[in-house]
Design a protein around this ligand. Structure first.
Ligand code: AGP
Length: 607
């Protein structure tokens, strides 16, 4: 999952492309490169490392009104300058940047080598400039179309030719691509963050579309050379929302945004008059919602954890059987789709390939799949049968935080809506609505524990392993806490149901392995306290997150962080936030790159 960007217009494209790549860096940061077109030549510069490393080697004289850029997340071929994009053909006249995987590149490469083409990199993507030059007869768009007809796999590409001034040809199949419509200038990028400084007028490309850009406009066609009419959308957020606004990094900013982002997600979705949840955009009648007999959720990573909370809520609150499945597993499992089962595809980016393909597989089988997405206009949002935008605002840090609390907030509203259509009373509904409306403020209070949590992180961040333990709704939160710590601090951490550790993981307990217990004041508190005592008995250090005033827990644990009192149903909101902070401060203490952890990328657009 790389980031690609293109610009053609009256300005010097070099700086615009470098700034655009900086905005896309969260998509992959192994290496980066540019290809700038100028007076019949292509100048390419590429470098391993981050955009600042590329910026450092771009000659100040490198200028031109048209160019393309790339930031890489390596899939095929190591992290080297040669494997960095753009890739050029032998004549040096065609340059291509690619996001995706060419699955049949070995066969294509063998054919081209037999034709005398010479390859210099280990990448799959390098077949593209050679294939395009193989078909090139003076029209870059035609050559790109002919080349792509040979390609199997996924791609978002941008290409330029030295002889075709001020023209960029782009194409999309499986990887996101957006056109930016400016005033006398045009842009192309993997997502709108790379172009919002120049325009808010965007066109989302669909699979199979090919675009030809010149400064005056764009022409969209499909792989069969048929013209495609496209609508221009308006981006609703602005540049500020993708700035750090005084925080040390995006993750810290996004953690502290949650009182507002949760309120934004719930805004207009709680109906006190009918004491219910209100979710526009599902494209379902009340009768169809009432006929739902089962709910299944497909997602990956943090979104899957949000799905686990959602499934428990839908079952316990709305009394509808529900489950959350890994997208990557469901896609190939030949699962049984029943007509009265409603599916949700949950995804922050809306571009995660595993979830996209799982959704397409379910839809192929006749399922109704609704999306819960954060990125407006993303592929999963556009291809789903309806759904809900979480409105958490752009999430830039690779480790997802505010998107998680917004995703579960949507599930809380959905479970309420379905429950009030079944056997939940008006008064119970009203209590639930009031509980949800108090979340933002309670999360604000919980964030005041930052210094306490930072002190604990400083003390324990040198541990080699951590266990995160919770029961009921706190089990998925424990999984999420472990994932956050793994992702950004690189400490091995395992989330587990507290009731399950005696069936094996307790063997890991020793004086060097801290156990993080989620033990709020709820119906499972006593059970969790017994599990804490089992760990204590084996001298395992305990960090407990408990409800304020719970001295019994504080006496057992080595460290205790108190969260405000709240109805047990809503505790996941108040317990995940301190775990996000614990991971953040451990990573900070260990000097990690918190926003861009090694080996990861924000949106995983390959399988
Ligand atoms: C979470 O911090 C990670 N970035 C990752 O696990 C992520 O949740 C997963 O890749 C799914 O992404 P999505 O929500 O954009 O589909």
């Amino acid at each position: 999952m790389c980031g690609i960007v293109g610009y053609c217009g009256p300005k010097n494209s070099t700086g615009i492309l470098l700034d655009g790549l900086k905005r896309l860096e969260y998509r992959g940061y192994d290496s980066a490169g540019l290809a700038i077109q100028r007076s019949g030549t292509i100048s390419a510069v590429k470098k391993t490392g981050k955009i600042q490393d590329l910026r450092a080697v771009v000659p100040p004289t490198l200028a031109g009104n048209c160019g393309i850029g790339h930031t890489r997340w390596a899939t095929h071929g190591g992290v080297t300058d040669l494997n960095a994009h753009p890739h050029l053909d032998a004549s040096g006249k065609i340059a291509v940047v690619h996001n995706g995987i060419i699955e049949n590149y070995v066969q294509l490469k063998a054919r081209l080598v037999a034709e005398g083409f010479v390859f210099v990199s280990e990448t799959d993507s390098e077949v593209l400039p050679h294939l395009i030059s193989y078909y090139y007869e003076g029209d870059l768009e035609k050559a790109v179309r002919s080349a792509l007809r040979q390609v199997k796999g996924t791609y978002g590409i941008a290409a330029v030719h030295a002889d075709e001034a001020d023209r960029i040809v782009g194409a999309r199949y499986g990887s996101p691509l957006v056109v930016g419509v400016g005033d006398g200038e045009m842009l192309l990028a993997s997502d709108v963050t790379a172009m919002i400084a120049h325009t808010k007028q965007v066109v989302y490309m669909e699979d199979g579309e090919i675009v030809s850009l010149t400064p005056d406009g764009f022409v969209m066609t499909d792989i069969h050379d048929k013209k495609v009419n496209k609508k221009v959308d308006e981006v609703t957020w602005d540049l500020d929302s993708i700035e750090k606004e005084g925080f040390a990094c995006f993750m810290e900013k996004e953690i502290f945004e949650q009182p507002d982002s949760i309120a934004r997600t719930l805004s207009g979705r709680l109906d006190a008059e009918y004491a219910t949840g209100k979710l526009g955009g599902l494209n379902m009648t009340s009768r169809e919602l009432l006929a739902v007999k089962r709910v299944k959720i497909v997602a990956s990573g943090t979104s899957w954890h949000a799905g686990l909370v959602g499934a428990q809520l839908i079952e316990s609150v709305a009394r509808i059987p529900a489950a959350s499945e890994f997208s990557s597993e469901l896609r190939y499992r030949n699962s049984v789709v029943e007509s009265d089962t409603l599916y949700f595809a949950v995804t922050q980016s809306g571009e995660t390939a595993d979830t996209l393909y799982a959704m397409r597989e379910l839809k192929r089988k006749g399922a109704r799949v609704l999306g819960i997405c954060n990125v407006v206009g993303s592929t999963i949002a556009r291809e789903s049968d309806g759904g809900v935008y979480t409105h958490a605002g752009p999430e830039i840090a690779v480790a997802s935080t505010k998107a998680f609390t917004s995703q579960i907030a949507v599930f809380y509203a959905f479970a309420l809506m379905m429950a009030r259509m079944r056997d939940m009373s008006f008064s119970a509904g009203l209590k639930y609505v009031k509980g949800l409306q108090s979340i933002g403020e309670k999360v604000g209070e919980t964030l005041k524990q930052r210094d306490r949590i930072q002190a604990i992180a400083k003390k324990y961040c040198h541990a080699r392993d951590f266990l995160f333990l919770g029961r009921g709704l706190e089990y998925p939160v424990a999984l999420e806490g472990a994932l956050k710590l793994k992702e950004i601090s690189y400490i091995h951490a395992e989330g587990y149901s507290a009731g399950e550790i005696k069936h094996g993981p307790i063997a890991l307990i020793n004086e060097e392995t801290p156990s993080v217990f989620l033990v709020p004041d709820d119906s499972l508190r006593e059970k969790v306290i017994s599990n804490m005592k089992e760990v204590k008995a084996r001298k395992g250090p305990i960090i407990a997150f408990a409800t304020e005033g719970d001295q019994e827990v504080a006496e057992i644990a080595d460290e205790t962080v108190f969260i405000p009192k709240i109805d047990e149903l809503f505790q996941p909101f108040l317990l995940v936030v301190p775990l996000q902070l614990l991971a953040y401060f451990c990573a900070l203490e260990l000097g990690r790159d918190v926003d861009q952890p090694r080996n990861l990328a924000k949106s995983v657009t390959v399988e």
